[in-house]
Design a protein around this ligand. Structure first.
Ligand SMILES: [Zn+2]
Length: 380
C-alpha cells in the first residue's frame, strides 16, 4: 500500500514538473551565482520573496533532493530541510518554519532562493536596479558587486537599466513611486509611452472589468517592466465593501486575472477610494491571511477632477504634495495618479520636475516591500 502511494506520488511530481514550466514568459527577476547569471526561466516572486523551481536550483547548487513517503528531504552541510506534501510545511531539522520557504505551485515545488542559499553557507546580495539576487561565497573568487552589476547591464541589455536620478541634489536617495489607478484603457497606453520615453517605471493598479477587454494593454505594461496590481474588479463601493467575502473575492479575482495575463502573482493591491474608512478589521484580516500587501498613498493631486486645460494644476499639486512629504521626512513617496486624459498631459512635467529635484523614480519592488497604508497596519 505504502509503496503504491509513493510510486503514485513520484509519478505525480515528475509529471507535473514537466508540465507547468512558464517558459514562454520572460522572467522579471534573475538569479546570479558568483560571476554568472543563471539561465532560470521560471523565477517568480511569491509572497514577496524570489522563488525558483527546486529542481532547477538543486542542479546548480548540487542539492541532493530525496523523496521519502509524502515528503522531500534536502540534506547538506549537516542540516536537513524537509517539505511535507500533506501539511505543506517546510521544516529545518524537523522543526517547522513558520513561513514556508518551499511552496507547492500546482504540483511543482518552488523554493526561496535567499533561504536555501543562506542555509547552505552562501551570502546573498540583491541588486535592485537589475532585480537580480546574487548568490556568492567569500571563500570563492568573484568580482565585486559593482563590476558584476556592470556585467549584468550588458547581459540584460534588452531590459534597459533604469537610471532616473538626473540631478543628485538630494543627500540620500529619496524614492518616488508613480502609481496609476483605474486602467487599463487608452490613457494607460499613453502613460506607458511617456514612462518609456523617460526610461522610468511605475506601478499600475488595474480594474478587473477593464482588464478583460484590454489584455494587450496589460501585456504591454507588464513587458515594459512596470508593476501591475489589482484595484478590485468593479470599483463599485457598494459591491466591493458590501461584506468581507465580497471584498476578498474582488481582490482574488483581480489578482487571478493578472496571473493569467502576465504570469505574476501580484500581492500588492490598492483598494478603491483608499483603505480608510472602508476596509473593516475583518477585511484587513482576510488581506493578511491571503498574503496581500496594500498601498494607499502619500500625495493625492486629485488629478481626476481637472480638465486637460488644467493639467498645470495637477503638476502644481504634485510639487506641493511631494515637497510637503519630503519635509516631513518621508523618503519613499507614493503619488496617486489615474489613467486619464488630463494626467497624460501633466505626466511629462511631473517627471521632469521630479528628476530636476533629484528624486529617484521607482517601480514597486515586491522583495523590498514598503508599508504605506492609512490603517497603519504593519502586516500589510
Ligand atoms: Zn480608483
Amino acid at each position: 500500500m505504502i509503496v503504491a502511494i509513493c510510486t503514485m506520488l513520484i509519478i505525480v511530481v515528475v509529471f507535473s514538473t514537466t508540465q507547468s514550466k512558464a517558459a514562454d514568459k520572460k522572467p522579471t527577476h534573475h538569479v546570479g551565482l558568483h560571476d554568472r547569471l543563471l539561465d532560470f526561466t521560471d523565477v517568480r516572486v511569491i509572497d514577496n520573496d524570489m522563488k525558483v523551481p527546486l529542481d532547477d536550483i538543486a542542479k546548480v547548487l548540487y542539492l541532493p533532493v530525496e523523496q521519502e513517503n509524502n515528503s522531500i528531504y534536502i540534506r547538506k552541510r549537516g542540516i536537513e530541510i524537509s517539505y511535507s506534501y500533506i501539511t505543506r510545511q517546510t521544516a529545518k531539522d524537523g522543526v517547522p518554519i513558520s513561513w514556508s520557504p518551499i511552496v507547492n505551485v500546482g504540483g511543482e515545488l518552488f523554493i526561496s532562493v535567499k533561504y536555501i542559499a543562506r542555509e547552505i553557507g552562501f551570502k546573498t546580495e540583491y541588486l535592485q536596479k537589475l532585480k537580480t539576487l546574487r548568490i556568492y561565497r567569500d571563500d570563492y573568487t568573484h568580482m565585486s558587486h559593482a563590476d558584476y552589476e556592470k556585467k549584468l547591464h550588458q547581459l540584460l541589455d534588452e531590459k534597459k537599466p533604469v537610471i532616473t536620478q538626473v540631478n543628485p541634489t538630494k543627500k540620500s536617495p529619496v524614492n518616488v513611486y508613480l502609481t496609476f489607478d483605474d486602467g487599463p484603457n487608452q490613457f494607460t497606453t499613453i502613460n506607458n509611452k511617456i514612462l518609456k520615453k523617460y526610461n522610468i517605471q511605475g506601478s499600475f493598479f488595474f480594474l478587473g472589468k477593464h482588464m478583460k477587454n484590454n489584455e494587450s494593454i496589460v501585456k504591454e505594461v507588464f513587458d515594459a517592466g512596470h508593476y501591475i496590481g489589482t484595484h478590485s474588479m468593479t470599483h463599485d463601493k457598494n459591491k466591493v465593501y458590501k461584506s468581507p467575502k465580497s471584498f476578498i473575492d474582488e481582490m482574488n479575482e483581480g489578482t487571478k486575472l493578472i496571473l493569467q495575463m502576465t504570469g505574476q502573482d501580484a500581492k500588492l493591491l490598492r483598494v478603491p477610494y483608499g483603505s480608510k474608512p472602508h476596509v473593516t478589521p475583518d477585511m484587513q484580516k482576510l488581506l493578511t491571511s491571503n498574503n496581500y500587501k496594500m498601498w494607499d498613498w502619500d500625495v493625492d493631486p486629485a488629478d481626476w477632477k481637472y480638465t486637460d486645460k488644467q493639467a498645470d494644476k495637477i503638476t502644481q499639486n504634485v510639487r506641493d504634495g511631494v515637497e510637503k512629504a519630503y519635509k516631513s521626512g518621508d523618503r519613499d513617496i507614493i503619488i496617486l495618479l489615474h489613467d486619464r486624459s488630463q494626467t497624460t498631459k501633466a505626466l511629462p512635467q511631473i517627471i521632469e520636475w521630479l528628476q530636476q529635484e533629484g528624486y529617484t523614480i521607482k517601480t514597486y519592488e515586491p522583495t523590498q516591500h514598503i508599508i504605506r497604508n492609512f490603517l497603519n497596519d504593519t502586516e500589510l
